[in-house]
Design a binder for this molecule. Sequence first.
Ligand SMILES: [Fe+2]
Ligand SMILES: [Fe+2]
Length: 390
Amino acid sequence: MAVKLKENIYWVGVVDWDIRDFHSHETPFGTTYNSYLITGEKNILIDTCKEELCSELIFGISEVINPKKIDYIIAQHSEKDHSGCLEDIVKISGAKVITNEKGKELLSIYYNTDNWEFIIVNDNTTLKLGDKSFKFILTPMLHWPDNMMTYCIDDKILFSNDAFGQHFASSKRFDYEIKNYSFHYAKEYFANILMPYKSMVPDIIEKLKCLELDMIAPAHGVIWCKYINNIIKKYEDWIFNVKNKAVIVYDSMYGSTRIMAHSLACGLMERGVETKVYDVSKTSISKIVTDVLDCKYLLIGSPTMNRNVTPNIGKFLTYLMNIRPYDKIGVAFGSYGWVECAVNKIKTVFLELYYKIVEDKCLTIRLKPTTEDIKKLKEFGRKLADIDYD
Ligand SMILES: [Fe+2]
Ligand SMILES: [Fe+2]
């Protein structure tokens, strides 16, 4: 269904209500693949969607123009959730494909582009296409090497591709249409997708601050209109600000590591540290890492199981290595039966992430914590909060 953004500019994307896993990022609210159509002297499509949803995209375009009349497709990113219908649309329309050098390379691997006519843009290239002018902002590794944004100069709309996205399927297209809009969806998206590349974000934010912005139209989720300044400020917060917050993630077989987690939490809370405790077997990893994004302390606990961490903690550690939240204070803890291995496995991951590791004998407990052990763990939690780490 086409939705008007401004005169001659439409959302023609597809709502994916059913997706629940976006390459391991859990998406309990689905997502959208946002394509935008600009009509006028020239008809321009910005991004497409997944291949299997192509008919829905074509239907949306058809509500505005005959898809055969598309003159240009701006392919901001070759990942298949945005490029999946390019072959079909190029075939139907013969449109020229506007992308950057890297984008052309990647698209040429995915698709048979022999007969495609490419227009290659660089950072800051401006192009006049019919009655509209566009400026291209290359954002490599946010989160693929070919990502770029497109700024429609005449209408002050930034088509930001994956940046500022949210995995959130809704019947609403604009932020102001959603009552009590929560930035949580945007934060979860940032934590799970952009966190590994967050060092690239400050330069991009500086570039965006030079633009007049009426809308930021991302490739997923709602379009930012009312909260443009808020979402830019949120991105800055998520990059730079660490809260006085602890996230404790644990798995437990018979409750011993759970008691340890809760005891550590008590000590931290007594010192006023905002504390979140997650049983990894009960909460989605995507949700947990959203809290990890701005925490100061990350405590991970696992019982030793067959000389290793539990499979649930193993999965969490793999995910952590994938999204690489740096600059944390790491604490590993856990119970064991006859040989302790889990704590060292967790510390290995902390070392790879350059965490400052805080250790203590009380963090490994044989089989079951005693009352004395619980006291020591609470005391450790308090000390952890009291240490000056600078
Ligand atoms: Fe992407
Ligand atoms: Fe995407």
